[in-house]
Write a protein that binds this ligand. Structure first.
Ligand SMILES: Cc1ncc(COP(=O)(O)O)c(C=O)c1O
Length: 438
């Protein structure tokens, strides 16, 4: 247990050495480097760099007394009013004119496609690597997904590929903000304006992210959020549709909400449909209460997660060949699901797979190959029987393939874990120091 011993030794001698350490900070890093030089990789039988417990490191969601109290109140006094209250809170927090809570992100996306009211065969550009629910509801509305490659450093829609794939049938562009990283909506929005296309947003990973100070989810004509348990704003299940105009709000609402049309304006085309239009997308009021509580603490949570990941990434991305999902300075991203890293094998002098194996051996137990969530090989997108018009899928998606080759998906800690965070840095530095042996 060399690492543990070194650490114990440090603590024991800290009182004596503290003065010297303070006076000569460079000695610390030199001593650290020297220590790591002598160590053996865990892969080769050495002590693991990670000794701190990871048991509770990634627990999510993290609910507390406020959530328990709010849910219990619904249980004791059942009513649907929490749904209205959530919608009001949401409009205020994100400064959007209209929104409707739905039972999940998928239903909010289905409602969005219905609200578009586009002619059969209309093409909508979507990323080739995203979550299935972003695209599949299109098949119920006779819309045609056109798969756009992703940019291998942002994992978001590639703006150049988007421009190349424009046809006379293109009606809308529907990017996702993958893992909480805003897509290039300024450029995409300019392109949409120039070509007369509708901009939509899948903001299911990006609660609280912004670009140029404007929240993601408020750029597009319509947008959707998910409150599923893993999301930055988790309500176990739930979703929200965002609408910039009243017509879209009413049409998206009438698809899945009955006895609701009396709230529409008298002149609405939809006010006569008491029973809605046949589906039921109502959110559970307990989920609405959970979402309200989580909305109150969203900014604090996002800031804490971000600060912790920055402490890690700012150090480890100084190692040769190691990069992170590219961040623009005019963007305030949030973090969702994994900390996406990339390895340039030539610069690093080791293969991605070997690197992942060595990190795992050090106790970085949550490392996986951070692949693109490439959908186009799934039979659902290839079989004509499920579609009025088959999705348009190009032969090659070099951006997505590049991510598959270079990605490293690192789980992140969902509460303050300073010791573990530091040990992760040590593990990466140790593997890099010994990479020639790998
Ligand atoms: C990008 C994206 N869009 C849509 C959805 C669907 O949301 P839900 O699971 O709430 O239906 C998800 C869910 O993971 C998602 O990741």
């Amino acid at each position: 247990m060399k690492t543990a011993k070194t650490r114990r030794t440090f603590i024991k001698s800290a009182g004596v050495a503290a003065g010297g350490l303070l006076m000569a900070p460079s000695t610390i890093s030199m001593a650290g480097t020297h220590r790591k030089d002598k160590e053996t990789l865990a892969l080769n039988g050495g002590a693991k760099a990670i000794t701190a417990s990871q048991d509770d490191a990634t627990t999510w969601p993290r609910y507390g007394a406020e959530e328990e109290k709010a849910v219990l109140e619904v249980l004791r006094k059942p009513s649907y009013t929490p749904i209205d209250a959530l919608e009001e809170d949401w409009k205020k927090h994100f400064n959007v004119p209209y929104c409707k809570a739905h039972c999940n992100g998928t239903s909010s996306i289905s409602a969005l496609y219905f609200a578009l009211d586009l002619p059969a065969g209309s093409e909508i550009m979507v990323p080739c690597a995203t979550y299935w629910a972003h695209i599949t509801p299109m098949r119920f509305f006779d819309l045609v997904p056109v798969m756009i490659d992703i940019n291998p450093v942002t994992l978001n829609m590639d703006v150049e590929d988007l421009k190349r794939k424009l046809t006379k049938n293109t009606k809308a562009v529907f990017p996702v903000h993958w893992l909480g990283m805003p897509a290039d909506l300024d450029h995409i929005s300019d392109f949409c304006n120039e070509k007369g296309l509708i901009l939509l947003e899948d903001a299911c990973h990006a609660h609280g992210a912004s670009m140029h100070g404007k929240f993601m989810g408020s750029w597009g004509r319509m947008a959707c959020f998910s409150f599923q348990a893993s999301k930055p704003l988790p309500a176990i299940e739930g979703g929200m549709g965002i609408y910039q105009n009243l017509e879209d709000y009413e049409r998206a609402t009438i698809l899945g909400h009955y006895l609701f049309s009396s709230r529409f304006r008298d002149t609405s085309k939809y006010s006569k449909y008491n029973y809605g239009l046949g589906l039921k997308f109502r959110m559970h009021p307990m989920a609405a209460e959970l979402a309200r509580c989580q909305l109150e603490t969203l900014d604090k949570r996002n800031a804490m997660l971000k600060a912790q990941i920055r402490r890690l990434n700012d150090r480890i991305t100084q190692l040769p060949g190691l990069y992170e999902q590219q961040n623009r300075p005019d963007v305030d991203r949030v973090y969702y699901y994994r900390n996406q890293l990339f390895l340039n094998e030539t610069e690093a002098g080791m293969s991605r797979d070997t690197c992942v194996k060595a990190l795992k051996a050090e106790g970085v137990s949550l490392v996986s190959a951070g692949k693109a969530q490439f959908l186009c090989d799934d039979p659902l997108f290839r079989e004509a029987k499920w579609w009025h018009h088959l999705p348009v899928i190009a032969d090659k998606f070099p951006g997505a393939r590049e991510v598959d080759k270079r990605g490293i998906g690192l789980d992140f800690f969902t509460k303050e874990m300073p010791e573990l965070n530091e040990q992760y840095i040590t593990a990466f530095e140790k593997v890099w120091e010994h990479r020639k042996e790998l």
